[in-house]
Design a protein around this ligand. Sequence first.
Ligand SMILES: [Mg+2]
Length: 228
Amino acid sequence: MTSLRALVQTSKAILLDFDGPVCRLFSAVPAPGIAQKIRSFLLERSVSVPEPMMTEGDPLVLLRWTGDAAPHLLAEVERIQAVSEKEAAELAEPTSGAAEVIRSSAAQGRPVAIVTNNSAEAVETYLDRHDLAASIAGISARIQGRPDLMKPDAHLVFKGAEMTGQSASACVLIGDSPTDMQAAKKAGAHCVGYAKRKARISELSDAGADSVVQSMESVADIVTRLRR
Ligand SMILES: [Mg+2]
């Protein structure tokens, strides 16, 4: 494991996963309810939904599955998801320390981009609400019609890095899912796992995290102290 301080210090840009490191996107509009909405839509359209998908609580897993199993309905499922994510973003609870990471890093000339499997509109909604839009170099979000390019694919990481004007290998990505670590590794970026719960620590390090933190406040402490 590399120290968080060394990772931040040697990175020319920071890539932040959205749900988790920036906010609890589904704090007020729970994800399983959205998954249920998507499932009901698929069942109404006579799609035969297999057992694991019948109990799946992550709507993005259902969206990805639709892309493979019922591609003719993907656009509508994406619409349900995007509308729900926007509603969720209106009410999402901020992750403490995140705004400070974003503002301090941007102020130091270390640009920050969001790299997310959620929709760009949800991110914009959240950033506007919290007056953070001006501190963000770009939003690399889920691409309509291409659920296959979501993380763990490297595509969104490359795109986010490009938005900061840096190569992926000069960036550090902070994310709370194993798929964030996998995507960062594939792109050649450094990655820090944000493990809010202790159980996540080993999952994230097993997925390749260069370092794991338990709060975004500890990232904020480091970034703030690097201020010139
Ligand atoms: Mg996340």
